[in-house]
Design a protein around this ligand. Structure first.
Ligand code: ZN
Length: 191
């Protein structure tokens, strides 16, 4: 094995730029008022926002989600991250700052869940296609079109920024059932 030493040393002296350690936030759960209040615009784009977006990706991957909105980590600003490949494709990482849906088309009914409402899912009708206009973490405006799961993720996250949870889109019966179960879990100290 000694003949392997030089090469591993060479690797050690010319390392790839290491990724900065990321902060993994606790995801705020249903019941916290921050989830149900509209957020304010991202006021300025600086290193802090870029760092925050990276930490949100890390938090989202840790929680095995495909989207995360700032209110879900207790920050009431119009910032969300989406990656429907769950980190498999770096090019699929989308930062949505101050996003708006500018076009929606079609309808699709699929089961949906939320990192802030763990353990509960429900069928929600969303547009099949949406076009979103947003700023990236540097403040540059762009437009992106999403289909199916990506369209759903855009709608779900932008809802979050408006203080709306997917429960709102369920039938009253289903919504009340979930709320009752959460209440019970809370009483048992499990929420
Ligand atoms: Zn959610």
């Amino acid at each position: 094995m000694p003949n392997k030493l030089p090469s591993s040393e060479a690797v050690a002296t010319t390392p790839e730029p290491a990724a900065a350690p990321r902060k993994i936030y606790d995801v705020v759960k249903y019941g916290d008022p921050v989830l149900e209040k509209p957020t304010r615009l991202v006021p300025k784009f600086d290193a802090e926002i870029e760092e925050l977006a990276e930490d949100m990706f890390a938090t989202m991957y840790a929680a095995q989600g495909v989207g995360l909105a700032a209110p879900q980590i207790g920050k009431s600003i119009r910032l969300a991250v989406v990656d429907v490949t769950s980190g498999k494709n770096p090019e699929a990482r989308i930062v949505l700052a101050n996003p708006e849906i500018i076009h929606a088309e079609g309808e699709k009914r699929e089961e949906e869940g939320c990192l802030s409402i763990p353990g509960f899912r429900g069928y929600v009708v969303r547009p099949q296609f949406v076009t979103v206009k947003a700023q990236n973490a540097k403040g540059e405006w762009f437009e992106i079109r999403g289909e199916d799961l990506l369209a759903r993720a855009f709608c779900h996250e932008i809802d979050h920024l408006n203080g709306i949870l997917f429960l709102t889109h369920l039938s009253m019966l289903k919504r009340d059932l979930i709320k009752r179960k959460i209440k019970k879990l809370r009483k048992q100290g499990e929420w």
